[in-house]
Design a protein around this ligand. Sequence first.
Ligand SMILES: [Zn+2]
Length: 396
Amino acid sequence: MKRKNFMKQKEISLTTPHSLLPTNHSLLPTPYSLLPTPHSPFFISLFSFLIFLFSPSLLSAQTAVPAVYNLTDTINYLGSPELRWDPFFDSGVLNLNGHNASFYSGEEGETGPVLFDNREILDLPLPYNSGGELFFPASFVTGVNDTFKRFAADDLARFRIAAIVIDPGHGGKDTGAIGNHIIKGVPFQSVEKDIVLKVSKLLYSRLAAAFPDKRILMTRDSDTFPSLEDRVILANGIPVQDNEAIIYISVHANASLTNPAARGYEIWYLPPDYQRDILDKSKYSGSPEIMPILNDMIQEEYNTESVLLSQGILRQFNSILGNVMPSRGLKEEAWFVVRNAHMPSVLVELGFVTNETDALLMNDDNYLVKFSDALYNGITEFVDLFERSGGFTAQY
Ligand SMILES: [Zn+2]
């Protein structure tokens, strides 16, 4: 687009009346010096007028794009970027949606480098100061605009997490595990479905606030029992683009019917109980041999992501809850089952309802917040890593 603008400029200067004058033009350093020559100003005007009249494309180009924009028009044209101007160095930075164009002001007609995001340089006619006001040549404005637009399109195509599904285990008629205790003579019951719902709702609020651009979903948000099928329909119903991924967090509490001393949190790589076609087969119908290869690559990637997500969550549990609860670690056995997982997915066992200490911690609102913080930190760390690395696809 930049080249096109330069071409347009060149066209205009080639067809200006000055350069069409039959005599002496090669001796004249600039078009301005033509004016005081013996050639009749009337002749020039007439010529201009004719060129103007018979050049509809030139006409439209000139009316659609002024040669120079003032500051207000420039800001409007570019979609209201922030402008930081340093009068000491006569330099400025335009910032739009996280992208920067750095430039300095020159003399009128001077061309110079404009630096975009510290990674791309375009040579553009520079803004110049006239009468204490900044003016922006049209090619500068359109060059910046085209580049910002291209960067914004790249942003859209980047790999991202589109949705996070929080699955509080059990619910309704399915209580999950129950621990019965007597604390200081008072019977006390620790119920998995209630604990995991509270933690999941806390997690939901934090994720929804942090990621307004992502869909944060819960498989249940009250004491109901969505069947496995319902949970499947919910997860499968999330529309995702090719560059988007979903992560799935199932929250549970543990139990041991034989060992009341068993306690601690553990993180599993979860194979979702549903299958999703990883690749849209119709897109590769012309080359069926590539399907299994791509599928393997993507499955391998989901495995890697599930492990990274689990490790991140475990690290956060260790740092936030490690002083009050033992870690039972990541479940290595899941390496085998995770081969069927079609999205990064994790199952977290918060603690044991059958252990008195764990049960009391999971009955304490302050600790429920800590559980949700650990999940939240682990998930956001993973989302940052995933989105910054382009979905880890660079390794392929
Ligand atoms: Zn459970």
